[in-house]
Design a protein around this ligand. Structure first.
Ligand code: ATP
Length: 593
């Protein structure tokens, strides 16, 4: 396939705001792809040249890309940057400047363009910037305007297609298995490997059975298992009977992979964090008694002398790209290891929790940095309540309780793992992670900052779309408005983004990228919000919450008295926000059915 043909598909995807249409276009694109190029096409559709978790960056900042555009189209860097500032998108700047050159019938294939992007990424040493610029300019000179528009967006990390991983899986399923509902058949492999390109390649080369055979690989992150919520120790014991109880540490989820001396680490949203935590890399080499292993851990700043866990605000200072070594000395992290998913060439995700913990204890040599999380088996609500008090008194968030015989269900959030925090039953148990979808201009003082209320939503994982749950106007300081303005200005778009489902039309739409943590008094039903509205609520909750029949229109769910707690942009992607299913569960737990 030529890159120009791929750009035609990108154009169609960008113009489409219906998710079903997106899947059809993707499926058509994939049907026209060969088994040799499908992997590259999938990565490019994600705006990448490697899976998300590989730290391969093309390494060209805005100014470098602008210089390449200037050289390719007889302009100057300053003129390109000026046009970029006016249009708000470097892709559109390249489109406009290239159009007078009328380059047509570009024969460059997807493979050729991809390989040059990889070459640019791999360029190192003296004169790197110039070499990268020259290679990129050369590509631009050979591509038509529409291709140039999409090419320049790739190194800048904003392809603007608005496609999530589940939608790509739907597209692959429709193209090769004839029905998007067969996505389920691909999901297991996705949860085990997090690598859409690898899955596409296996599917195109050797069919579904090859995808199903894809196993856990050291170096490719496993999608994290997550927790459900229950309000009280009594409810936990009533539902789960006997559980393994662990502290709920409030730090970063870090999945540690050890392959001989090579150690890599991934965040919950699949970001490669190996460079950020050098002390954990050293500790893994020293303390893990296995040639290969994958560990599930929570890393946080901890003072072993006083047995003090430092608050998340402290730990989060370690999320940085510069001054890493210095900060590692100032604020060293410990990793509490609570699970082992792989050891010496063998996946453990299909072994029961009790067995995994037994193996874990034998694998870690205690030496102060990696610490095996304490566990206790409990079948009595009173004991569980005591442990919860103990955790809270130590400054922790609460407990995580786990079904003793449960397997590791990659990517799942169900009652195998339940988080228990200290709150009395009846109140809203937990904060909600919302995604900013737009803002609504206000009157008066706030207009100076460009916002009066934020339109926020949650993630509907079945539909792979974002649905609205609240307008947040009060409780934000001027400083927070400013911060929101700065962050969201990068993602402002003219029309409703394709994966947003909203009855409310804000003054400005924002691509679903920014996650904020919100506290609310309660969850109520509301006809103006789309979260869990209509037929969706029946399929998410498994029952019709207002007594109407499945399929009848039902109102959505909304937050009452919402207020901003924190920005979660650094450790959460939009798809990691609270889901509709969780929201419905939380609503039910309020006892308002
Ligand atoms: P929250 O915002 O309340 O932390 P979350 O949406 O980030 O929730 P949850 O699934 O609700 O994630 O809580 C699970 C998280 O708790 C895990 O992702 C992990 O980072 C952390 N955690 C801390 N201690 C443990 C433990 N012992 N077992 C599992 N997860 C733990």
């Amino acid at each position: 396939m030529t890159f120009s043909h791929l750009a035609d598909y990108f154009e169609k995807l960008e113009e489409t705001s219906s998710r079903l249409a997106l899947i059809d276009i993707l499926s058509d694109l994939f049907k026209h792809s060969s088994k040799e190029e499908i992997e590259k096409i999938v990565y490019l559709t994600q705006g990448r040249i490697a899976p998300f978790f590989e730290p391969v960056e093309i390494g060209m900042a805005e100014k470098t890309v602008a210089q390449s555009i200037a050289t390719a189209y007889d302009s100057t860097k300053e003129a390109v940057l000026k046009l970029y500032a006016k249009l708000g998108d470097m892709g559109l700047a390249a489109l406009q400047l290239s159009s007078k050159f009328k380059i047509q019938n570009s024969k460059l294939t997807v493979g050729e363009v991809f390989d040059i992007l990889v070459q640019i990424a791999k360029t190192t040493g003296e004169g790197t910037v110039e070499k990268r610029q020259a290679l990129f300019t050369d590509l631009l000179k050979k591509l038509d305007s529409s291709s140039a528009k999409y090419l320049v967006r790739i190194p800048l990390g904003n392809l603007r297609l608005g496609i999530g991983d589940p939608t790509i899986l739907d597209g692959l399923a429709l193209a090769k298995l004839g029905d998007k509902s067969k996505r389920k058949a691909l999901e297991g492999a996705y949860n085990r490997t997090s690598d859409l390109g690898l899955i596409a390649k296996a599917l195109f080369s050797a069919g579904l059975s090859a995808v199903e055979k894809l196993q856990v690989v050291v170096g490719k992150p496993i999608r994290s298992e997550l927790c459900e919520r229950l309000p009280t120790p009594e409810k936990v014991i009533e539902k789960l009977k006997s559980v393994d109880v662990q502290y709920k540490y409030d730090g970063f989820r870090v999945q540690i992979h050890k392959d001989g001396d090579k150690v890599s680490m991934f965040s919950r949203n699949l970001e490669n964090m190996t460079r950020m935590f050098p002390e954990l890399v050293l500790a893994t080499r020293k303390q893990v008694k296995a040639k290969t292993a994958i560990l599930d851990t929570e890393a946080l700043a901890y003072n072993p002398q006083s047995e003090e866990f430092l608050p998340f605000q402290e730990t989060t200072k370690r999320r940085r790209k510069h001054g890493i070594e210095e900060m590692a000395k100032k604020l060293p992290l410990k990793a509490f290891v609570f699970d082992i998913l792989y050891k010496n060439g063998k996946s453990l995700i299909d072994s029961p929790l009790v067995k995994r913990i037994e193996i874990l204890k034998k694998t870690i040599k205690e030496d102060g940095v990696l610490m095996v999380s304490k566990t206790e088996t409990v079948d009595d609500a009173k004991r569980l309540a005591v442990l919860l008090e103990d955790a809270v008194s130590k400054g922790l968030e609460g407990l995580v309780v786990k079904r003793l015989q449960s397997l590791y269900e990659a990517g799942a959030r169900n009652f195998n793992w339940v988080k228990l925090k200290r709150h009395s039953a009846g109140e809203l148990q937990d904060t909600i992670d919302c995604v900013i979808l737009g803002y609504i201009f206000g009157k008066g003082k706030r207009t100076a900052f460009g916002a009066g209320a934020l339109l926020v939503g949650v993630y509907d994982e079945l539909q792979d779309e974002f649905v609205t749950v609240s307008k947040i106007g009060t409780g934000l300081t001027d400083e927070e408005w400013r911060e929101i303005k700065v962050q969201s200005s990068k993602f402002k778009v003219q029309n409703k983004p394709s994966r947003v489902n909203s009855l409310i039309i804000p003054s400005v739409w924002v691509q679903p990228k920014i996650v904020i943590e919100v506290l609310a008094d309660e969850i109520t039903r509301s006809p103006i919000h789309t979260a869990g509205a209509s037929v969706n609520s029946a399929s998410h909750s498994g029952l019709s919450t207002s007594g109407s029949k499945t399929g009848e229109k039902e109102p959505g769910y909304a937050l009452r008295f919402p207020r901003l707690v924190s920005f979660r942009g650094k450790d959460k992607r939009a798809e990691d926000a609270t889901t509709v299913k969780e929201l419905v569960e939380m609503y039910k737990q309020q006892g308002k059915q």
